[in-house]
Design a protein around this ligand. Structure first.
Ligand code: SAM
Length: 249
């Protein structure tokens, strides 16, 4: 997969050299290219923002540098190959979910446009929306100072789903929100050695070696945790899918 990020703070994306994403890059599974938006400015102050039409506080990112930058990045693709999905981080976007991470992980190319100030002039989103798949995405109901942290969040969520990135391909199957074993539930508690720590043991069933009972226990714990922490997930789940999953265990 190829990922391009256009930003005024490329150094903010340094963590993409570390850990899972860094290793995926080093192994050639992920091609990440960072671009400084200011390279597409033409004045001596490298201006990327201006006052908002209609007045009000804050500044808005100008369309000109974004247009030039995106034309250059998108134009660098191989002729005839699938164009990128443009991912626009914004608190006013659709929520970023595991489902969307899975969908994006199946695309060959993503371009991220993390903004600063009050965001990007709307015409940029409209312009590229006419020719590309554009997703305006929010990572949560709060406002950050810029879109770089959301890009780190989204790239990590997507990268760990790419074939070959996780050591054990099965390991995201049981994650919270995964469509597989957990069927929209949160993952329950996990334990490792030693079997006793500060007087606290682990549930006997985990030592039983009985796969069926362990799966049943995990499912019950996942359900309990979801009821406690995210009752909204239970409310919107399909009861038929729940029953089917429970019969399988
Ligand atoms: N005035 C905007 C609003 O209220 O929707 C907030 C702009 S915010 C200060 C600047 C930039 O940070 C946004 O354009 C976006 O790129 C990024 N950002 C902030 N919070 C975000 C969130 N929850 N999800 C995704 N991106 C976010």
């Amino acid at each position: 997969m190829r990922i391009d990020v256009v930003t005024i703070f490329p150094e903010y994306l340094e963590p993409l050299n570390v850990s899972l994403v860094g290793k995926a890059r080093a192994r050639g599974l992920l091609d990440v290219r960072l671009h400084d938006l200011r390279e597409w400015t033409h004045d001596k102050h490298n201006t990327v923002d201006d006052t908002p039409y209609g007045g009000g506080p804050g500044m808005v990112m100008k369309p000109d540098p974004w247009g030039e930058a995106l034309d250059a990045v998108i134009g660098s693709g191989v002729q005839g190959e699938e164009p990128p999905v443009l991912v626009v981080p914004t608190p006013s976007g659709r929520p970023f979910t595991q489902e969307l991470a899975v969908e994006l992980s199946e695309k060959p190319w993503l371009v991220f446009t993390p903004a600063r100030y009050e965001g990007i002039d709307r015409r940029v989103i409209e312009e590229y929306g006419d020719r590309l798949d554009v997703r305006e995405v929010s990572i949560g109901d709060y406002v950050l100072a810029g879109g770089e942290a959301p890009v780190l969040v989204m790239v990590e969520a997507v990268a760990r789903l790419l074939p070959g990135v996780l050591g054990n391909a099965e390991s995201h199957r049981d994650d919270s929100f995964a469509p597989g074993a957990m069927a929209d539930l949160l993952e329950g508690p996990v334990y490792t050695k030693p079997p006793e720590w500060r007087g606290r043991g682990i549930p006997d069933v985990l030592l039983s070696g009985h796969h069926g009972k362990i799966a049943r226990w995990r499912r019950d714990e996942a359900f309990r945790r979801t009821v406690r922490n995210r009752p909204d997930l239970i409310e919107r789940a399909d009861p038929a899918a729940f029953d089917k999953k429970d019969r399988e265990i």
